[in-house]
Design a protein around this ligand. Structure first.
Ligand SMILES: Cc1cc2nc3c(=O)[nH]c(=O)nc-3n(C[C@H](O)[C@H](O)[C@H](O)COP(=O)(O)OP(=O)(O)OC[C@H]3O[C@@H](n4cnc5c(N)ncnc54)[C@H](O)[C@@H]3O)c2cc1C
Length: 398
C-alpha cells in the first residue's frame, strides 16, 4: 500500500490524511509542535465550499458540533451609520458559513483523523527530504526531522503552512511570504455590552482599519481587526502581550463612531495578533515525489477568510488524483491543473481586499455610497464561483 508522509498537522494535513484513507492510501501526519497550540482569541470562518469539501469525507460533523452558523452580513460606516445588509456569500442553497475558534478546528480535525486510525506524531519538525532507490525496491522518500529521527514513505505532502519548509526544499528560489502592510488581530470577549444579533456578522469600516464581529449562542463576541502596520519580526510576535494588541486596536478605531474600540477595550487576555502575508503565485507545486497543499502552495491574506476552506478542498482533490493516477508525478500534475487557477484567483481577491483603503473624507463618502448601493442590489456577494464550488468524489480523474 502506498504510504504518504504528511508534513504539518494544521488543517490541510489531517484533512488530506482522511481523504487519502478514503482513496485507499495510508499516511502519517508529522506536526512540528509538541501538542496543539492554544491560539488565544483566534477564530476562523468556514464557508459552504469548505464545509461541503469536509462533507465529502464525512468529516464535517465534528466541525459543526464546535461551531455556530451566520447567514447575514451588515456594514457600518466609520460615522456609525448602517450602510446595509445582505446574505453572506454561500448562504443561499449551501450550508451557512460557520465560525469556530482556530484551536477547536485544529483539535476537531486531528481527533477525527486519530479516531480513524491515522497516526499523528507531534514534535516532528521537517528539516530535509531525500529520495533513494535501493535495488529491487521502488524509490522511497525519507523525511528528516529536527529531533534527528527519520521516516520513510512513498511520497511527501507538504501541509506545513505559510512559512513552509517543504516549499523551500522543493524549490530553493521559491518566493517568500509578502507582507500585506497589515496586522490582523483577533479577540473574543463576553464582557462587552455590544451583542450582534444571532446569525449576523457586523463589519465596520474605520478611518484607519477594518473591524468585524459576531456573537455566538453562548454570548461570546468574536472579533477581528485588520489594521495598518509594518511587519513585526516573527520571533517577537509571541512575546507581544494582549495589552499591547488591545491598545493598538483601540487606538486605531478610537476616532470612529462605531463600537469597534469599545469591543476591543472590553477584551481580556483572549487577544492575538499576527502579520498578514500572502504569496501571489508559487511557481513549483511539486516534483515527482513531493507536493504542496494549503498555505504551503498558495498563501492567502486573511481578508477573504478562505485559506482554511481552500486547504480543505486541496486535500480532498489531491486524494482523488492519487486514487485514480497511481504514478505520483501524474497525480500531482492533475492536482495542480485542477487547483492552481482557482486558488490564485482567491489569493488575488484577498490581496485586493487588503489593499482597499479610503484615506480621505471624500474617499470614505464614495466608499459608503458604493457599499450601500451594492448592499441594495446584492443578494450573496457575487461569489458563487467561490462558495458554490463542489467536489465530485465519484468522478474519475484522467
Ligand atoms: C488572523 C488570521 C485569520 C484567518 N481567518 C481565516 C478564516 O476566517 N477563514 C479561513 O478559511 N481562513 C482564515 N485564515 C487562513 C487560514 O488560517 C489558513 O489558510 C489555514 O490555516 C491554512 O491551513 P494549512 O493546514 O495549510 O496551514 P496551517 O493551518 O498553518 O498548518 C500548518 C501546520 O504545519 C506545522 N508545521 C510548520 N512547519 C513545519 C515543519 N517544518 N515540520 C512539521 N510541521 C510543520 C505547523 O505547526 C502547523 O500546525 C486566517 C489566517 C489568519 C492569519
Amino acid at each position: 500500500m502506498t504510504h504518504a508522509l504528511i508534513i504539518g498537522g494544521g488543517i490541510a494535513g489531517p484533512v488530506t490524511a482522511m481523504a487519502l484513507q478514503r482513496a485507499g492510501i495510508g499516511s502519517t501526519v508529522y506536526e512540528a509542535y509538541p501538542s496543539g497550540a492554544d491560539h488565544a482569541g483566534a477564530f476562523l470562518v468556514l464557508f459552504a465550499n469548505g464545509l461541503e469539501a469536509l462533507a465529502v469525507i464525512d468529516a464535517d460533523r465534528p466541525v459543526r458540533e464546535n461551531s455556530f452558523p451566520s447567514g447575514t452580513v451588515e456594514f457600518l460606516s466609520d460615522t456609525g451609520s448602517t450602510l446595509g445588509a445582505r446574505p453572506i456569500a454561500g448562504s443561499g442553497d449551501g450550508p451557512r458559513p460557520r465560525t469556530l475558534p482556530r484551536a477547536a478546528l485544529y483539535r476537531a480535525l486531528r481527533d477525527e483523523a486519530a479516531r480513524r486510525g491515522i497516526r499523528v506524531e507531534h514534535g516532528k519538525r521537517l528539516v530535509s527530504t531525500s529520495t533513494a532507490t535501493s535495488s529491487g525496491r521502488r524509490p522511497a522518500v525519507t523525511a528528516v526531522f529536527a529531533d534527528g529521527t527519520r521516516a520513510e514513505g512513498d511520497l511527501v505532502i507538504g501541509a506545513d503552512g505559510i512559512h513552509s519548509r517543504t516549499r523551500t526544499l522543493l524549490d530553493a528560489t521559491a518566493p517568500v511570504p509578502r507582507h500585506t502592510g497589515q496586522l490582523t488581530v483577533c479577540g473574543r470577549t463576553r464582557a462587552t455590552g455590544h451583542r450582534v444579533p444571532a446569525g449576523t456578522y457586523r463589519m465596520m469600516y474605520g478611518r484607519r482599519g477594518f473591524f468585524g464581529c459576531t456573537t455566538g449562542p453562548d454570548g461570546t463576541t468574536y472579533w477581528f481587526a485588520n489594521i495598518p502596520g509594518a511587519e513585526l519580526p516573527r520571533a517577537s510576535l509571541t512575546s507581544l502581550t494582549p495589552d499591547r494588541w488591545r491598545s493598538r486596536v483601540t487606538g486605531t478605531f478610537a476616532d470612529d463612531r462605531t463600537p469597534a474600540a469599545a469591543i476591543a477595550a472590553a477584551t481580556g487576555d483572549d487577544i492575538v495578533g499576527t502579520n498578514a502575508y500572502d504569496i501571489p503565485t508559487t511557481p513549483v507545486w511539486h516534483d515527482t515525489r513531493t507536493v504542496l497543499v494549503g498555505d504551503a502552495a498558495h498563501a492567502t491574506a486573511p481578508n477573504a477568510a478562505q485559506g482554511a476552506s481552500m486547504a480543505i478542498e486541496d486535500g480532498v482533490v489531491l486524494a482523488r488524483c492519487l486514487r485514480d493516477l497511481p504514478v505520483p508525478a501524474e497525480a500531482f500534475a492533475a492536482y495542480e491543473r485542477l487547483r492552481r487557477e482557482r486558488v490564485e484567483r482567491v489569493v488575488a481577491m484577498s490581496a485586493a481586499m487588503a489593499g482597499r483603503v479610503a484615506a480621505t473624507p471624500e474617499e470614505r463618502r464614495a466608499r459608503d455610497e458604493d457599499v450601500a448601493r451594492r448592499m441594495a442590489e446584492d443578494t450573496g456577494g457575487g461569489t458563487e464561483w467561490l462558495t458554490g464550488y463542489r467536489i465530485d468524489w465519484g468522478a474519475p480523474v484522467h
